[in-house]
Design a protein around this ligand. Structure first.
Ligand code: SF4
Length: 423
């Protein structure tokens, strides 16, 4: 065995795409071209409901969404968009809005210019722009609006609404091959061709290629990996990554995380959305939480302090350990909206909550601040480690509350802006 070489650390490769900018007023969010991989989300309110939609956009933004997409499906919805933008500005919510257009985008963007102006990006689905000779004309109208108002666009192709004329054409070509491809390969080709040829068309109409973002969404993990690997080889546009119709709950979260992690690790993807169907009563913000966790797990971004917790086993004596882990996770997440500005860098904090002496002290020492709860047969004492050193032992029924205070004090001391530097 050769021990002369160290084991190389693994890391996600940086994307090398062009950079798009989503601008609103004097503010800007960049996508691609070395910018951090952005988290985005989509509302599920009726866009006509200005207050309800503004509140949901606010919730998504507070949870960490860096851009939010709205359905713009009717004249009423288009008229609501500038009102939502104004409402968000009044609430001090700094997030760009993206309009999701299908079928009638060409009309909405020209007939309601205030909508075209209030949005920072237009999502155009080439499969839903119009059929036959209308397709190119209506597509051109949307691109002209983007050029006129200086907006970014996403050419968002979707497996479920693929351009049927293009697909029929490719199937026809395929049937003339000596060795025809399987239908899936033709479908992959149709998705990629639709995105790239639409982008080429947009550039020919005068669109700045930097302002074009592409996506080719499918609902299967392996399909998504195949399509995006090829898409990223064929172009340098910024890419929006996401598994469409990922599903609900654990299934949706796991499928999205699996697909996105494979691609992001290879430097493919500049902005991500987790298209999760919310469980009844579940907050829409769950998709933002999962997207952020994917980026944080890959060490591409840091959004909230991380909590290392063991799974617990027969050595854990009570539910205290699970309760403490849950409480501390919740506490850190709810503090983040204020902590982000008050304690710069706090998102890099590492906390450990461990169930017993087996791995507890070791893992706690690796964290900035950690606690090792007593397991079966251990003395009822919970040592606390700060910056790798054991510094106190907690006992009794209020370990959770005391540990929370210790974390808060640590955050204030380490990340607090000194009084003299506050503005
Ligand atoms: S640290 Fe202790 S309680 Fe936690 S999983 Fe390991 S052995 Fe079990």
């Amino acid at each position: 065995m050769d021990l002369s070489m160290p084991v190389s650390p693994s890391f996600a490769i940086a994307s090398r795409s062009r950079q798009a900018s989503l601008v609103w007023g004097s503010r800007r969010v960049t996508v691609g071209g070395g910018a951090p991989v952005r988290v985005q989300s989509m509302t599920n309110t009726d866009t006509v409901d200005v207050i309800g939609t503004a509140i949901q956009v606010k919730e998504l933004a507070m949870a960490g969404s860096e851009m939010v997409r709205l359905t713009v499906n009717t004249h009423e919805a288009a008229k609501a968009v500038p009102l939502i933008r104004d409402q968000l500005d009044r609430m001090g919510i700094d997030v760009p809005l993206i309009g999701d257009f299908h079928y009638n985008g060409h009309r909405l963007l020209t007939e309601i210019p205030e909508c075209a102006q209030a949005l920072s990006k237009y999502r155009i689905n080439p499969g839903n722009v119009g059929k036959g000779d209308k397709h190119d004309r209506q597509f051109a109208v949307m691109i002209e609006a983007a050029i006129r108002w200086d907006k970014a666009i996403r050419i968002g192709v979707n497996w479920g609404s693929l351009d049927q004329e293009l697909m029929a054409n490719l199937m026809d070509q395929n049937s003339r091959r000596i060795h025809p491809w399987d239908v899936k390969s033709v479908m992959y080709e149709a998705l990629i061709s639709s995105a790239i040829s639409s982008a080429t068309q947009a550039v020919e109409l005068g669109m700045n290629p930097d302002q074009i973002i592409l996506s080719c969404k499918v609902s299967g993990v392996q399909d998504l990996v195949s399509v995006y690997r090829e898409l990223s080889k064929r172009c340098d546009y910024a890419l929006h990554l996401g598994l469409t119709e990922a599903g609900m709950g654990t299934k949706g979260a796991v499928a999205s995380a699996t697909a996105l992690a494979i691609l992001l690790q290879d430097g493919i993807g500049d902005t991500i959305r987790v298209s999760l169907t919310p469980q009844p009563g579940e907050s829409r913000t769950q998709e933002v939480v999962i997207a952020s966790e994917i980026l944080q797990a890959l060490e591409l971004r840091s959004f909230v302090p991380s909590v290392t917790a063991c799974p617990g086993c027969g050595r854990t004596t009570s539910t205290t350990f699970q309760e403490l882990t849950q409480q501390i996770e919740m506490f850190l997440r709810t503090q983040m909206p204020q902590w982000r500005t008050k304690y710069p860098g706090v998102e890099h904090l590492k906390v450990a909550v461990m169930g017993c002496i087996v791995n507890g002290p070791g893992e706690s020492k690796q964290a900035d601040i950690g606690i090792s709860l007593p397991g079966t047969g251990e003395a009822p004492a919970a040592p606390v480690f700060i910056d790798g050193e054991k510094c106190m032992t907690l006992r009794g029924d209020s370990i959770a509350q005391e540990f929370q205070v210790i974390v808060e004090n640590y955050v204030e001391k380490r990340f607090g802006i000194p009084l003299g530097n506050r503005v």
